[in-house]
Ligand binder design. Structure first.
Ligand code: 5GP
Ligand code: MN
Length: 338
């Protein structure tokens, strides 16, 4: 962070601080905002987390998660907190447009903004710590606390939040950007007494039976493109309604496509339950860059092997568009080494 020393100085006096994760926050977004908020509270600051919308139950066990102000349910409170904030932390995203109308309030807010994030192409903020090589924002929060010379302040609670973000964003420590440093950080977290079996259980083994049924529907919709080493699945709004799909129920479904022998590209198309668009998740292996694929063709972005986007076409047209694009990418996909 370029002007880290002046941020350090700002943090010397107790401040009202608001921390924000991105829309549809995941384990890394919730883990990093909670970890940072616990840490800053220890320094005497008055912290509130404002999330643009609600997040799944499997992230609500973390200490403080239930106190997060959810802007879609409580916009008045969210707005006042943002207006009155003296510092705003933006974690696990780097573009104000990812938080919809909340973004406007952030733009208007007087508070200096601190961004800590590992996505590509960040916007400009007053204080920025951006590194696309780090697999999780939570690992960057650890680095931030380290740079503050405060590793001793990482207690079991903070360690749990940081671990959750690293575990989920690295796909349980299997993505290529999971480095030796990541494991060293995790070793330090284990020294704080975290129970990794409990954390795994809380995140992954608390599924509802309906989630498994939805997974069945998604798998049943599987389309394969063997020549392109690609697969896709979809879920309609009607199917989700029928199974009473809850937020987060479809998390991770897209990964199944990558489980097919030699496949390197997977997509899932999910009709939004409230709005008239299709939310898309992309996953890939090796050097096939789904971030630029999502950016170029589906108004989205993300990381090289995990990205998302959206489509305003109907389901059939969206899948057709995907299939047509695969033709264009055929050679590139065939050349991916795994
Ligand atoms: P997921 O498929 O789990 O929703 O998202 C995978 C990754 O892509 C995450 O890092 C997420 O932040 C990013 N991502 C998902 N949807 C979008 C989008 O619409 N726009 C951008 N820029 N990034 C997205
Ligand atoms: Mn992340």
């Amino acid at each position: 962070m370029q002007n880290f020393e002046s941020l350090k100085e700002l943090l010397l006096q107790p401040k009202r601080i608001v921390l924000l994760p991105h829309r549809n926050p995941d384990g890394d977004a919730i883990g990093s905002t909670l970890a940072m908020s616990h840490y800053l509270s220890q320094l005497g600051h008055d912290c509130e987390i404002v999330a643009p919308n609600d997040f799944p139950k499997f992230l609500k066990w973390m200490d403080g998660a239930k106190k997060i102000v959810i802007a879609e349910y409580n916009p008045a409170k969210a707005r006042i907190l943002i207006e009155k904030a003296e510092i705003i932390f933006i974690l696990d995203f780097n573009s104000i447009s990812r938080i919809d109308e909340l973004g406007e309030w952030i733009r208007e807010a007087r508070a200096p903004k601190v961004m800590i994030d590992h996505h590509q192409e960040p916007e400009e903020f007053d204080f920025m710590y951006s590194d696309v090589t780090i697999p999780a924002t939570c690992q960057m929060v650890y680095n931030f606390i380290d740079a503050m010379n405060h590793l001793d302040k990482i207690d079991k609670t903070i360690a749990e939040c940081i671990y959750t973000g690293i575990m989920t964003d690295t796909g349980n420590f299997r993505f290529r950007n999971t480095s030796a440093t990541t494991h060293r950080v995790v070793a330090e977290l284990l020294e704080r007494g975290i129970e990794i079996d409990k954390i795994y259980n809380n995140v992954f083994d608390t599924q509802s039976p309906t989630r498994l049924k939805l997974l069945g529907l998604a798998l049943d919709s599987l389309k394969v493109f063997p020549e392109k080493r690609a697969a896709c699945m979809h879920l309609t709004r009607k199917q989700q309604l029928e199974y009473n799909s809850q937020k987060g129920d479809t998390e991770g479904f897209v990964n199944y496509g990558l489980g097919i022998n030699d496949y390197v590209f997977s997509a899932i198309f999910i009709e939004d339950q409230q709005h008239n668009f299709i939310k898309i998740s992309f996953r890939s292996k090796g050097n096939f860059d789904v971030n630029s694929f999502a950016r170029k063709h589906f108004n989205g972005g993300g990381h090289i092997n995990a990205a998302g986007g959206r489509s305003d076409l109907n389901m059939e047209q969206t899948i057709q568009k995907f299939a047509d694009l695969l033709e264009e990418y055929k050679e590139e996909l065939q050349e991916v080494r795994i």
